[in-house]
Design a protein around this ligand. Structure first.
Ligand SMILES: [Zn+2]
Length: 314
């Protein structure tokens, strides 16, 4: 569609309630309350679907997050890119998630974005900005890049690399800041200062990231994961956490051990055009993040005072 028309449609204030006749589970129902916005609804309708059994509070949160996301430049341009890609609908649903705010489930025919129900207890004034960032992280970071990677024949390789999380993190942070959030989270702050140090720290946040590979590790994934496995014991105090990380690393190592073809495809991925595009996108997003006015140091993370209170579940 005409990007100018889309921009004009989005520049308008978005609705706060659904027209009575709109089906509750469609993106169009969120946006199609005027002819100007119908163009945007047309782009996204059928691509993004709220789960049919969503509760009322989940629907309210989702619609507000989506409206906020589509008001941001990064959210808008990536939503257009998402709508242009082939692929079935992505279902958005809520679950009780431990440890994380959301996740993207990328399986052909069953693509879904899952958001944690903890989000629903956030203060409403913060929920739209943070919700928009989280939805962008999962949908326009992970899901969009996964669909592109799968189309390029490197879906597994992309998902096995830390670039997936670095990119999604940047997309979410940009949308949150463009939506008006005033604080740079500690991860984004660290990424701006020193990407290698950020990535080294990121890999210990979740077992899923611990098995993910950085550029320099693609040539010898087994060596990299063995080195990580050797650090697990000294890294964590609790046996449960050691077990979680240790098991994930051992399982990935066993898999790589049994699949020389996968090891080769990871080595090849380092020079793959899709990987180079991801790296270029990350560089551009980092540059964009630098241009967004940083808050004064006293307002930046580590969070304290108002920001910490706002982020804590209520
Ligand atoms: Zn993520």
């Amino acid at each position: 569609m005409n990007p100018a028309a889309l921009g004009a449609a989005l520049a308008l204030a978005l609705p706060t309630s659904l027209p009575p006749s709109a089906p509750a589970d469609s993106v169009g129902a969120v946006l199609r309350d005027s002819s100007e916005r119908a163009a945007l609804a047309e782009v996204l309708d059928g691509r993004l679907v709220l789960a049919a059994d969503a509760k009322e509070d989940e629907a309210v949160f989702y619609k507000e997050a989506l409206r906020t996301l589509l008001k941001t430049p990064t959210g808008r341009s990536l939503a257009e890119a998402f709508a242009d890609l082939p692929g079935g609908p992505v279902t958005v649903r809520f679950e009780s998630l431990e440890r994380i705010g959301g996740k993207a489930v990328a399986e052909d025919g069953k693509d879904a974005v899952v958001l944690g129900r903890t989000l629903l207890s956030w203060k409403p004034e913060w929920a739209a900005q943070q919700g928009a960032g989280l939805l962008a992280h999962e949908l326009l970071g992970h899901m969009l890049s996964s669909r592109r990677a799968r189309a390029a024949g490197v879906g597994w390789e992309h998902a096995a690399c830390l670039e997936d999380e670095v990119d999604a993190g940047l997309v979410g942070t940009l949308v949150t800041l463009e939506a008006g959030w005033r604080f740079l989270d500690p991860g984004a702050e660290s990424l701006l200062k020193d990407r290698p140090a950020y990535e080294a720290e990121l890999q210990w946040r979740q077992p899923e990231y611990a098995v993910a590979l950085r550029d320099a590790e693609l040539a010898d994934p087994r060596g990299a994961l063995r080195a990580r496995l050797a650090q697990v014991e000294g890294r964590f105090d609790t046996p449960q956490t050691r077990e979680l990380f240790g098991r994930a690393l051992r399982e990935r190592l066993d898999f790589l051990e049994s699949r020389p073809d996968v090891r080769q495809s990871l080595a090849d991925y380092a020079a793959h055009p899709f990987h180079r595009e991801m790296e270029a996108a990350i560089v551009l997003r980092l540059a964009r993040l630098r241009t967004l006015a940083p808050p004064p140091p006293e307002d930046q993370s580590p969070l304290s005072g108002d920001a910490e209170a706002a982020l804590a579940p209520h």
